[in-house]
Structure formats: C-alpha cells, structure tokens
Design a protein around this ligand. Sequence first.
Ligand code: HXC
Length: 292
Amino acid sequence: MFKEGLLKGKRILVTGGGTGLGKEMATHYASLGADIVICGRRLNVLEETADEIKSNHDVDVLAQSLDIRSPQDVDDFIDQIFATKPLDGLVNNAAGNFISPTKMLSPRGFDAIANIVFHGTFYVTHSVGRRWIEAGLKGNIISILATWVWTGSPYVVPSAMSKSAINAMTKSLAVEWGPYNIRVNAIAPGPFPTEGAWARLSPKGDLDNDSSYSAIPLGRVGEMSELQNLASFLMADGCDYLTGQTIAIDGAQYITGGGTFSGLSKLKDSDWEEIKSMIKSTNEKDKANRNT
Ligand code: HXC
C-alpha cells in the first residue's frame, strides 16, 4: 500500500510497544524504514520485540522499561531520547483496562486505569511536545483511543472517561500546537483482538461469539494490517493538513447502534419484499378510504 522507505529517517516512539497493537504498529513503521523506540513495563518483552524487529528490518531500535505513570521517569526517558536523536513521531498506545461493573470498582481500581491512560498519556505527550516546541521541530502525535470516546461504554467506565479526555486533548493540542507544526490525531479502533486486551475485556470469550460481531456491518473484527496502514498513513508526510481528528476504524460498528433502523441490516431480500407488499397494501387501503 505504501512506497518503500516511506518513513525513512524518522524516529518514532510507541508507548506500550512491546506487545499487542503497539508492537504491530512499531513493526510496520520499521518495515517502512523508521527508527523505533519502544517502552513499557516489562523489559524482557520489549527486548524480545526489539530483537524481532531488528532481525527483520535494517533500522535502529531502542527498547527501554518505563512506567508512564511516573512523570519524572517519563521526562528523564524523553530527555535521554532527544539527547541522542529527536523524535519525529509519538504513538500514545500504552493503556490499561478491564471489564467490571462500575458499582464493584474501588477508587484504586479506577486509578489503576486513569493513572495510565489519562495521566500517563498526558505526561508523555507533554514531555515530547515541549521539546519539539523548544527545538522548533515538526512533530506528529497519534493516540490510540476507542470508539467509546463518542458513545461512552458500560463496564469500562474508567477507560471510557480517560480515553474521552485524550480525545479532548487531541483536539485541544491540534489547535494550540498547530502553529508549531505539530499534528495531533487519534485512532479509535473497534475490535482488533490481541492477547493482552482480550484477556481483560473478554476473559470468557463473550466478545467473540457471533451475536457480538454480527452487529458489525462488515461482519468481522479488524485485521491488524488495516490498523497498521492507518497508523502509517497518519504518521507519513503527505497528509500534513490532517490534524485534530479521531478516526474510527471499526467496520462501522459504533454508528450501527446510532440509527433507529440500523438493526434492519439483518433482513433478507425476501423480508424486504414482504415489507414492501405490506406497505403497499396499507397505502392502497388508505387510497380506497379516501375515495369512499
Ligand atoms: C475490579 C479490579 C480488577 C477487576 C484490578 N482491579 N482488576 N477491580 N475488577 N478485574 C482493582 C484491584 O482490586 C485494585 O484495587 C486496583 O484495581 C489495582 O489492582 P492491581 O492488580 O494492583 O492493578 P495493576 O497492577 O495496576 O494492574 C491493573 C492494570 C493491568 C493496570 C489494568 O491489568 C495492566 O497492567 N494492564 C495493561 C494491559 C491492558 O490492560 N491491556 C488492555 C488494554 S485494552 P483495590 O482497591 O482492590 O486495591 C484498551 C482498550 C481496547 O485499553 C479497546 C478495544 C475495543
């Protein structure tokens, strides 16, 4: 889909880049020539991913453990990165989530998610953005959100609240940092099953049964390459006028519930023939009544 070397010369930080969606995006950026920095809480996992990327692609990969909940650790880490070579792109991918009835959440349970998604994402964005502005460098930020930034979502309320805040950050900073040539966008993926997320969001497999996915107009979950392509498109030069947007990639899942008639996509042609003749017969009865 993209020309070879599209991202050559760029250095991109992907938080939570050792596993899941973060690993997929980091790997794709590397395949397009970008140098990669990945961080997360488990160094062994990060190092494995870094080795895998390096063995397949001729790019520089730095992997370092970082807990984005600590603003000082974040700032030290970003300082160290910029001291060697400034970043060109940042992907705010690190997140935490689990399904739970809200009435069963403790304040610490709420904080476990909010401290990562809400606070941590801001710490990283702020630390990177400030350095771009100080150095007069162009920058590109992509945050990985979820479609519940528009709809809200039961059973993942701390995540829905925190990701909605990052959606607000995306739009706010696109305006505030636009004059500095820093683009700020977000991706709202629908279901792209990964081991880490699905163990916490669908531990009993509830998300994977047919009734959950038959509501998606495209009738399937997302393919990782589709997410990788969108993340690379947004990261590349060439769409520099695109900023302040949160783009859903969900097979139209979230808007399906939004219309009164959305559920009718289940009807077959034969159902529609029947409906048509029922409506016709109502119209004819009305006409006959008007003529009497
Ligand atoms: C209720 C829970 C709970 C659960 C933890 N807690 N799990 N409460 N139901 N299932 C509560 C605990 O009781 C405790 O409160 C508090 O949360 C902290 O618990 P810890 O075990 O100490 O939490 P911690 O070690 O911080 O780990 C929690 C976590 C962890 C940060 C969320 O799961 C994690 O590291 N996750 C990272 C990976 C991840 O979550 N990936 C999924 C991202 S998916 P008390 O009061 O009892 O002490 C995503 C969106 C995907 O973001 C969109 C798809 C459509």
